[in-house]
Design a protein around this ligand. Sequence first.
Ligand code: SAM
Length: 372
Amino acid sequence: MAKKNDTLKQAQKGKNDEFYTQYEDIQREVNAYLEYNPDTFKDKTVLLPCDDPEWSNFTKFFAQNFEKLGLKKLISTSYAIESKPYVKDGYQYTIADYLTEYEKTSPQYDAEKSPKFGKIFTLTRRNKKKINIDDLQWSYMKGDGDFRSDEVIKLRDEADIIVTNPPFSLFREFVAWIMEANKKCLIIGNVNCISYKEFFPLIKENKIWTGCRFNERVNGKIMTFMVPDSYPLTGTELYVDDAGKKYISVAGTGWYTNLEHGRRHSEIPLMSMADNLKFSKHKEIKENGYQKYDNYNAIEVPFTDAIPDDYEGIMGVPISFLKYYCPEQFEIIGLDRYTVPQEFLVGGRVAIDGKPKYARILIKKRVQNNDN
Ligand SMILES: C[S@@+](CC[C@H](N)C(=O)[O-])C[C@H]1O[C@@H](n2cnc3c(N)ncnc32)[C@H](O)[C@@H]1O
């Protein structure tokens, strides 16, 4: 357990950001948007920043599906090897860990440029009939490929949709970078990000929401990422597959997006308060009912499926509610820590019987507009 926490802490500090997303995870997520709207990516320029294209399944997936998605242009950029903090600080990895056979055997390979500059891969629709991954063109960038550089900012401005698994340690900055340019996005993040003071207001205002897969197991597994070969194999969250590739499972991971998908518009099936008190599968609800917070005019609802559908006031629900949140059904009022005046909080949380509760999202039933 201690080792698992160490791994997560290091990732948050920027020490272990070298996690690569699996092809199936990208494919499953993108398919969900296509099911809702087959034209989601049609005629769009997609930018994959922070991507290490030679390692990345994002580049592979979008290049292989260029035609199927109807893309206009695909741009993928990587961060220079020497700029990666893990290399710079001599932490675990060396330049050799990143230099691929693909780069070394390319005619444009330059041993001096390679560690210092980012790389850019592009695929553009031409008159040619079929476009596939072999049509990807690459070159060294002018700078190190930092997403905050003018060079990548220009690419961002050219793009319609930004897709990536950004460095965990720079998540807030990365989201701000997307939002300031008013772009569409599909990115990976952790459930903990919800309570960031810069990020929660975006959720509240429906500027970003949870994607289809969010903090959930698929085939019994939490989200798992490939790590470089030299990643130290400690902790139970790591495993090696038959081909010798190493993987790490990261609890609480999922997708955030501002692209529309079907689940977001399907209402959670709920019972009335009276029915919950009689028939809820949670004995806490049947035995204790819905308690009022001492310090805030709302009721505590500890389970999303126990939200009473006829309660008109404010309800405190677990953060996991966001996975099922349908903006036509509920309005988000706040997150306890930011909504309730600090002086009323016990230990920074809304309280029942003077005891602090876990972080809660405060929601209210949306009043149906029957005007038409
Ligand atoms: C979590 S990994 C994800 C890689 C890839 N997108 C994927 O999912 O397979 C984040 C990547 O961002 C790179 N990175 C870190 N800081 C960066 C920065 N300031 N600008 C651009 N990329 C950065 C890391 O080196 C790493 O390769």
